[in-house]
Design a binder for this molecule. Structure first.
Ligand code: ADP
Ligand code: ADP
Length: 228
């Protein structure tokens, strides 16, 4: 039972340098509830694949299916975390977490308590009224994760979310991410170019190669801890 299916997906960018084939014949199932890492060298098309899934980029040919429906625009039930946290420095932490609701023109009222609860689970409850520029990089990225989780999405897309953080902060956030996955059964697609990170976190690893970007193999990983 796949949540997302990609079939014969190609993506070509038109640029001044000519056409760039970023994805070549990508076929991939993202299973319901799994933690799938997308591993590969810089430029192999990982971000492109993620942006195509998020509806931020249009595929050139092929098919993307989400829950049995062909993808037509950004899927609703989706949270995204990028390497850059994309927080608005002039808004409080709480207002940053609530921001997606404003984009969707939905009332934020019923979401303040859930937002504060989420912040609490990331040790940020007392920072709710502070501003992002007052926080460390790790705290900022935790806020970005809270923002992605606020609507309780089934699918969480993460594009090297901790790549800009120092090693210790990254380890801590990886542990918190494992906790989220084991407790919530969310489906997670996680981009990394670290083999050890991919093996530590995920139950499957899709290994990509470049020129052109394609999936070389998919590896099952034995989880070191029991899945509840
Ligand atoms: P990553 O950190 O995943 O390697 P990059 O730094 O390569 O990402 O890309 C950052 C942004 O720049 C992306 O939004 C991508 O679309 C854009 N980008 C990357 N390569 C090119 C390119 N050759 N021409 C135009 N835009 C590009
Ligand atoms: P990765 O995330 O694995 O680093 P990307 O998906 O960012 O790889 O890029 C894959 C290829 O597509 C690279 O050759 C990159 O330069 C190119 N690319 C990415 N975004 C753009 C863009 N907006 N315009 C042109 N080329 C791009």
């Amino acid at each position: 039972d796949a949540l997302v299916k990609l079939r014969s997906v190609y993506k070509t960018y038109q640029s001044e340098r000519g056409n760039v084939l970023a994805l070549e014949n990508v076929n991939l199932d993202i299973r319901q509830g799994e933690f799938l890492s997308l591993l590969g060298p810089s430029g192999c098309g990982k971000s492109t694949l993620l942006r195509c899934l998020a509806g931020l980029e249009r595929i050139s040919s092929g098919e993307v299916w989400v829950r049995g429906n062909e993808l037509a625009g950004p899927p609703e039930d989706l949270g995204i975390v990028f390497q850059r946290d994309m927080l608005l420095d002039w808004r409080t932490v709480l207002d940053n977490v609530l921001l997606p609701l404003e984009f969707l023109r939905r009332p934020t009222k019923g979401y303040v308590e859930p937002a504060l609860k989420l912040l609490e689970t990331f040790g940020l409850r007392r920072s709710a009224d502070r501003y992002p520029w007052e926080l460390s990089g790790g705290m900022r990225q935790r806020v970005a994760i809270c923002r992605a989780l606020l609507s309780d999405p089934a699918l969480l897309l993460m594009d090297e979310p901790f790549g800009a953080l120092d090693a210790i902060t990254r380890d801590n956030l990886n542990i918190e991410l494992q906790r989220i996955w084991t407790q919530t059964h969310k489906t997670i697609l996680f981009i990394t170019h670290s083999i050890s990170e991919a093996i530590l976190l995920s139950n499957r690893v899709a290994v990509m190669a470049r020129d052109p970007g394609r999936i070389e193999e998919i590896v099952e990983v034995d989880l070191p801890w029991p899945r509840t």
